[in-house]
Design a protein around this ligand. Sequence first.
Ligand code: MN
Ligand code: MN
Length: 460
Amino acid sequence: MDEMKEKLFYQPKNGYDLIDAKERLALEDYCRRYMAWLDASRTEREAVSQAIKLAEAAGFRPLDPAAGAIGPGQKVYWNNRGKGLLLAVGGKKPMAEGMVVQAAHVDSPRLDLKQRPLFEDSELGYLRTHYYGGVKKYQWTAIPLELHGVVALKDGSTVDVVIGREPSDPQLTVTDLLPHLAADQMQKTMAKGVEGEKLCILAGSVPYAGEGSDRVKLALMSILNDRYGITEADFISAELEAVPAFDVRELGLDRSMIGAYGQDDRVCAFAELAAILETDAPERTAVCILADKEEIGSVGVSGMRSQDFEWFVEKLCGGTCTAQDCFSNSFCVSADVTAALDPMYPEVSEKQNAARLNYGVGFCKYTGSRGKSGANDAPAELVAKLRRICDEAGVVWQMCELGKVDQGGGGTVAGFMADRDIDTIDAGVPVLSMHAPFEVTSKLDCYMTYKCMKAAYEAK
Ligand code: MN
Ligand code: MN
């Protein structure tokens, strides 16, 4: 009977029962590289600039829009306003026969400074924020924060800001009530316990010498002016993001996991980046997308709905075919994280179809919510193709669904790729504590996602 079961049943296995000692070394080596990149990539802009560094070192050059169709083995990239990145390696087949596209996003939930952030109350200085993406607001209080971003000046120049990353730097925080005085707060729902307008960052306390009002605010503005040459009006044209000041760390007594901010979706972004940097002569042109703005609906010029992608592909085609001809023969892996089964909260998952830590890269045929609404429902034929590619390459993978039916749901860039007439499937790393300031992944799943991306680029 066991033989019959072995033959007829589908039984996913824990990845650690499937890999050998050699692969464990490769896994550790890959995760070290991922962790180093993630540690230096705390915003979408930093992720893009760090990715460009690696790409340049691997022989990629900025796309020359006038150069004509991409040639076999040619490696180019396009920096979309410092916030999105498109990379390509020319295939042996012409663009008309389609590309293998992999699309991840490099923006993550965070606290953005408002355009007029600075104020003083009771002789303490604060920065007002408007959160970005889906956050549980209470998680963003009472943790160390650092500030990253740019201030664009009227003269056309920009000033890079990083405060709190260096050990010698000061850090920031949003305060929370002490339990002794939180009786009323604790009666509220978790959604209302900490309100958005209360997510103000404590920024300083020493008054400027002399008489008058707003002396702490003045002292803080004076510090920023000394360090960055900016005035209060310059915040108006700034993008400053407060992000958790946690280092990227190995997690667990057995070091089997990674704990870090921003793994959704930089963990998949690095997987496809690492894969394309090692791709030299693919059959079909390989394209790697690091998109911005996924967490707020893939909007804007740097989001996946932007025509920037059409423009890029048109240049790769160089007049040999239309971008649309190319799209219809392409396939895309929408590389985004998925929810891992959390044994502390099993009630939100349906165990048979939930992703598990260490079971490898998770394929999602569909995401969405309430009857798959808003999902890209990947064609069965494409799911079969990815099964074959991964099985042939020894990738540990699992089929999964984001949460129980009617429990909630989510989306990725997959729908926007499919809108372009590109066959698209979601595949990515299962995450615990997704969207929290400190997210958890398994090293094995990170590595297998990279291996999946590499196999997809190399597929015939
Ligand atoms: Mn994501
Ligand atoms: Mn997300």
